[in-house]
Design a protein around this ligand. Structure first.
Ligand SMILES: Cc1ncc(C[n+]2csc(CCOP(=O)(O)OP(=O)(O)O)c2C)c(N)n1
Ligand SMILES: [Mg+2]
Length: 674
């Protein structure tokens, strides 16, 4: 029996009778879809099911507190009842279950349970646990800066709160007072691992350490969840910052259709939770408050059954995925014309650092939605290399700010900002420290277009100082291009002149795909050249033929392109005519320019400072062998780094191990003699 106080519960929360009944309808609908999914799995019609059953109180309660016309959400794989309540149709759920080409979440590319719907501001997510939290921060930051009172909700299970991304996002959300709600659906298990082995203390208590409210609610009481969410949403709309809500609930089925929960859960435990079923509880409440009678209940069940049957039938008839090669890039670039001899632009000569700094100022002035963040980038320091100097002063702390020391967060925040319409430039202080963000780049940024079948893009620019020759030793000298050029969906460019630094940055900022700009630290002061004023763009995917040579061509990039030019000067004095092709864009690769070089003189020397084994040069050699073998007059040579982790600090040691101009000259002489 319910007491009288409880009977007023939904009206006290501001919910109308119709909304309370609609909550029930949505929960029943989700449950029916879920049951049907498992039946299809048992019939062998779908290989994989992940299920919301048991979580409906939490998920539907949360969804009802959001306004999907302006609020954003980042659900996780168990949130089917949430997305149904947010407006995703049963047909869409079945389309993803059958991996059909018209599946609006991913066009049949992702497993079921990977929700995405731009029309409802539901951002795409992958399978990696907790990566969505930095994205939620970035989205919330952009909404906050736009002056909107929209909020963001990011959900996960209890296990996800062990991940670094969750903690990094809690920290950042609180620092920036972001309009963000962290919803944790605590079902006591992370697959088979029980809470006691996963969670130290109580999840909601962690909020205190991050200086935000932490609320612990009965997740099977839809009104309790709705009330907590509503309070958190109101707080966020008022600009008072984030809230952590921990909703205690339980899943009825196994973790997924690939799991056997009998191995780790007592059937009596499952049964005891079923007795606290969120749907039954709301149903009883609605009956006792006379909002639901037998006739209405039957009508709802009939309506839901009809929706499920129709959704299933429609999805069944939908076309299969037919274009698995599309949407890797929002802007695919296929170079077709070989580079002509590069004519240096007009402009006063300056060094690379000054060029990058000026370019940033000009781009910030030209594009008001460009912003940048990273460690120590704000004024008065303006970056450890001073490339961002003056941006905070000129354009405000909202557009150029220091990020916490958390690389995964920095990239993840950029992904979220890009999704919400900003043009973020995320700066990583040194390439050597980008590795914690590998996941956000590989698993998130680079595949947002592909995994959403082009419905989301990731126009994120990542600036990364890299490379050796500055006595940076093992952890301030690394070359990382081999790791990142391997990734479909990511573009990687390397400027070696101030003009290219500006032109590539400008193109990157206007490109809809994630672009990593590797800035050779050694050249920051060494490379001086003309700096063109005004809008100057260098197309991504276009190499620079810096010098034409009749005996051989040196293919290089970054510091090595600079050294190759020095080497070519000396070689010319010795009667060896060496051309220099500065690749500038490592992915996409300017193959026509490489082919033209091979055809021109039949001899190619590929130079990079990174170690040789599995290095970037291997790809160039392989492509030349595959596509231009007939024009070769000598085997393609690589002059590349030694097999050591990076350069030693010792001056002598670094000189012994770093590729030098002299080394390039010797390698070129040998090739010329062949
Ligand atoms: C980074 C990462 N590690 C491991 C996995 C495999 N995995 C998928 S779900 C899961 C458990 C998550 O548990 P929880 O966050 O409590 O959510 P629940 O499934 O219980 O709702 C694991 C380990 C993964 N997807 N991502
Ligand atoms: Mg769990």
């Amino acid at each position: 029996m319910l007491d009288l106080e409880n009977i007023q519960e939904h009206t006290a929360l501001g919910l109308t009778d119709e909304q309370a009944i609609d909550m029930y309808r949505k929960m029943v609908l989700a449950r029916k879809i879920d049951d049907r999914m498992w039946a299809l799995n048992r019939q062998g019609r779908v290989p994989f099911v992940v299920s919301a059953s048991g979580h409906e109180g939490t998920q539907v309660g949360a969804a009802f507190a959001l306004d999907t016309s302006k609020d954003w959400s980042l659900p996780y794989y168990r949130d089917m009842a949430f997305v149904i309540a947010a407006g995703v149709s049963p047909t869409d759920i079945f389309l993803s279950l059958f991996a059909k080409g018209t599946d609006p979440a991913s066009g049949g590319r992702q497993m079921p349970g990977h929700f995405s719907e731009p029309d409802l501001n539901i951002f795409t997510h992958g399978s990696v646990i907790a990566t969505q939290f930095p994205h939620a921060c970035g989205i919330a930051y952009t909404l906050q800066q736009s002056g909107s009172d929209a909020v963001v909700m990011a959900a996960s299970g209890d296990g996800a709160t062990s991940e670094g991304d969750w903690h990094e996002a809690m920290n950042f959300a609180s620092i920036k007072k972001l309009p963000l709600i962290f919803l944790v659906e605590n079902n006591l298990y992370a697959i088979s691992t029980p809470s006691a082995e996963e969670i130290a203390g109580v999840i909601s208590d962690r909020a205190q350490g991050y200086n935000m409210p932490g609320v612990n609610v009965d997740g099977n009481d839809i009104f309790a969840v709705y009330g907590a969410m509503q309070e958190a949403v109101d707080r966020a709309r008022r600009g008072e910052g984030p809230t952590l809500i921990e909703a205690n609930t339980y899943r009825y089925y196994a973790h997924t259709s690939d799991d056997d929960d009998k191995l780790y859960r007592d059937p009596e435990e499952v049964a005891s939770w079923r007795r606290r079923d969120p749907i039954t509880r709301l149903e009883q409440y609605l009956i006792e408050t006379r909002l639901l009678d037998e006739r209405t209940e039957q009508a709802i069940h009939d309506e839901v059954a009809e929706m499920v049957a129709r959704g299933l039938a429609d999805a069944d008839e939908a076309p299969e995925l037919s274009d698995p090669f599309s949407h890797v890039y929002a802007n695919p670039i296929e170079p077709t014309v070989p580079a002509a001899l590069e004519v240096p632009p007009e402009g006063d000569p300056i060094n690379l650092i000054t060029g990058i700094n000026r370019a940033l100022h000009e781009i910030f002035a030209a594009h008001e939605d460009v912003l940048t963040f990273g460690q120590d980038i704000a004024d008065p320091k303006g970056g450890v290399f001073k490339t961002t100097k003056g941006l905070t002063t000129a354009f405000g702390a909202e557009r150029a700010f220091n990020a916490p020391l958390a690389e995964s967060l920095i990239i993840g925040v950029g992904i979220g900002m890009a999704a919400a319409g900003s043009k973020p430039i995320a700066e990583i202080q040194f390439a050597d420290f980008i590795h914690p963000a590998f996941d956000q780049i590989l698993s998130e940024a680079a595949r947002i277009s592909y995994r959403s079948a082009g419905r989301w893009t990731c126009p994120l620019v990542i600036r990364v100082p890299y490379g050796g020759g500055i006595r940076g030793a093992l952890y301030h000298s690394q070359s990382i291009e081999a790791f990142y050029t391997h990734i479909p969906g990511l573009k990687v460019v390397v400027p070696s002149t101030p003009a290219d630094a500006k032109g590539l940055l400008w193109s990157a900022i206007e490109d809809p795909d994630p672009v990593m700009i590797l800035e050779p630290k050694k050249l920051y002061r060494l490379a001086k050249g003309p700096y063109p004023v005004g809008e100057h763009k260098v197309p991504i995917g276009k190499a620079a033929l810096r010098r034409q040579g009749d005996d051989l061509t040196i293919i290089a990039y970054g510091t090595m392109a600079h050294y190759a030019m020095e080497a070519a000067e000396v070689l010319a004095q010795q009667g060896i005519s060496a051309g220099v092709l500065d690749l500038r864009s490592l992915r996409p690769l300017d193959w026509p320019s490489i082919e033209a070089a091979v055809k021109h003189n039949g001899k190619v020397l590929v130079v990079h400072e990174d170690n040789k084994f599995m290095g970037y040069g291997a790809e160039i050699v392989a492509q030349i062998n595959e596509k231009a073998f007939d024009w070769l007059d000598a085997p393609v040579r690589r002059h590349a780094g030694f097999e050591i982790p990076s350069f030693p600090y010792s001056e002598v040691g670094e000189a012994m191990t770093m590729i030098s101009t002299v080394g390039i000259i010797e390698a070129a002489q040998e090739l010329a003699r062949y």
